[in-house]
Ligand binder design. Structure first.
Ligand SMILES: Cc1cc2nc3c(=O)[nH]c(=O)nc-3n(C[C@H](O)[C@H](O)[C@H](O)COP(=O)(O)OP(=O)(O)OC[C@H]3O[C@@H](n4cnc5c(N)ncnc54)[C@H](O)[C@@H]3O)c2cc1C
Length: 406
């Protein structure tokens, strides 16, 4: 039997894809859904609402707090973030779908057949959402994932009440090549250490960091973070989330990019299944969305290099400088536009789709390069404005240009 869609990996990216596609959909993960948390689970509150997972919220945060050994800066957030329970999130997100789930380890693929520990499955469309390992993309291109882009984070959750906010610590004593964090989740706090260089020996530093607050680590989890935007379509496989390097440099935020890209891929798959566009057009559209993030991701990669190479006092001065209201506001606007969507738009209420938004941008913009008004057709490169943070107007989606269907 051939499935319409097979999605490998049932975490943020995979669940976002399957939420936006109907038909015969198979979701495969080596673990039961929601049982293997790697993340500190901080994301925009609106995103949880849109995934139907608001009941997973543990605490809402309206500020970021940046600590250095010499300074503390508070950045208010216009759109609140929240910390949430991973298992509840995944279960609630899955409940919104009608997919078939198989617990199996994905091993590779040939043509349209995906090989797993539970047998081989054929599918018309395939998405690789297996995280930094990019299991299916690697089966097609053994050079993936690109190791120079892998950071590493380790985390523990301790019963310790921390003041509200997402707290980041740029302190060379704890994290000489990254940062430490404390994200309160109600009665507990998630403490972690990130190495931009992908150093995995960070547990001692994490224990020292937690010890500073008189708290005790209770179990550890973590892993690599895949950052660095590269081609998100490998062979015929649509690669989403960390598997495609969509985790953001500097902050290591990967849930929002994974979900936004996942929604887009799910909607593009749906269009292909309904015969509303060709597979080639869908590939171009997804590539265009990802390509449009390159400038902002490049800026964040540059900022990561600065954080790595500046002497600690200079870094503290830099953070204090960026904490002035104008610069802080500009930084946050640009930052949230990276893999961003106007979350307060009709996308969340189901009045507009991510793909429709992309089309609307296409048909309504007149970019400086003069290419923006065109819809990508098979064989042409798609425009680069898709995914810019533009206000969405009701009804615009209806005027989307028709993609090629043959
Ligand atoms: C310690 C730490 C803290 C973090 N904190 C945050 C945070 O607070 N906020 C934020 O936005 N980002 C955070 N990140 C980054 C974020 O966790 C990732 O970017 C995000 O999880 C990527 O989602 P994903 O769905 O692409 O991949 P993953 O969440 O890694 O999911 C991959 C899925 O694929 C499955 N899988 C893997 N291999 C196979 C296989 N062979 N067969 C079948 N299934 C397979 C896995 O079981 C898993 O379910 C953090 C990362 C780390 C390491």
């Amino acid at each position: 039997m051939t499935y319409d869609v097979l999605v490998a990996g049932a975490s943020f990216a995979g669940l976002a894809v399957v939420q936006r596609v109907r038909g015969r959909v198979l979701l495969v993960d080596r673990h039961p859904v929601g049982t293997h948390q790697t993340s500190a689970c901080a994301a925009p509150l609106l995103l949880l609402r849109a995934m139907g997972a608001e009941d997973a919220v543990q605490q809402v945060h309206r500020r970021i707090v940046l600590h250095t050994p010499w300074t503390t800066s508070i950045w208010p957030l216009e759109e609140p973030f929240c910390t949430f329970d991973y298992h509840t999130f995944c279960v609630l997100a899955l409940r919104r779908t009608q997919v078939e789930f198989v617990q199996a380890s994905v091993r590779g693929m040939e043509a349209k057949t995906v090989h797993t520990s539970a047998g081989a499955f054929r599918a018309r469309l395939v998405a690789d959402c297996t995280g930094w390992r990019a299991v299916l993309a690697r089966a097609v291109d053994p050079g993936l994932p690109r190791r120079q882009w892998l950071g590493f984070g380790l985390e523990t959750e301790a019963p310790y009440p921390f003041p509200e906010g997402l707290h980041f610590f740029f302190d060379p004593e704890v994290a000489p090549d990254g940062y430490a964090w404390a994200f309160p989740c109600g009665r507990t706090t998630r403490f972690g250490v990130l190495s931009y260089r992908g150093r995995t020996r960070v547990r001692e530093a994490l224990d020292r960091f937690v010890g500073r607050f008189g708290a005790r680590p209770a179990g550890y989890h973590g892993g690599y973070l895949g950052a660095g935007v590269y081609d998100p379509v490998v062979g015929d496989v649509f690669v989403v989330g960390d598997a495609a390097g969509q985790c953001l440099p500097l902050t290591g935020e990967g849930i929002r990019p994974a979900v936004h890209a996942g929604w887009l891929v799910g909607e593009l798959f749906q269009r292909v299944l309904e015969g509303r566009c060709t597979l080639r057009w869908a590939r171009d559209r997804y590539r265009a969305y990802v390509a449009s993030q390159r400038r902002r991701v490049g800026f964040l990669a540059l900022a990561t290099l600065l954080a790595l190479h500046l002497p600690p006092r200079a870094l503290a001065l830099c953070i204090a400088g960026f904490s002035r209201p104008f610069l802080r506001h500009r930084f946050l606007v640009e930052y949230l536009a990276t893999f961003g969507l106007p979350l307060s738009s009709g996308i969340l209420e189901g009045r507009a789709g991510v793909a429709e938004l992309a089309d609307a941008v296409d048909s309504n913009s007149t970019g400086p390069k003069g290419r923006v008004g065109s819809t990508p057709t098979p064989g042409t490169r798609a425009d680069s404005s898709v995914g810019e943070h533009v206000p969405y107007k009701d009804g615009v989606a209806g005027s989307s240009p028709a993609p090629p269907t043959r």
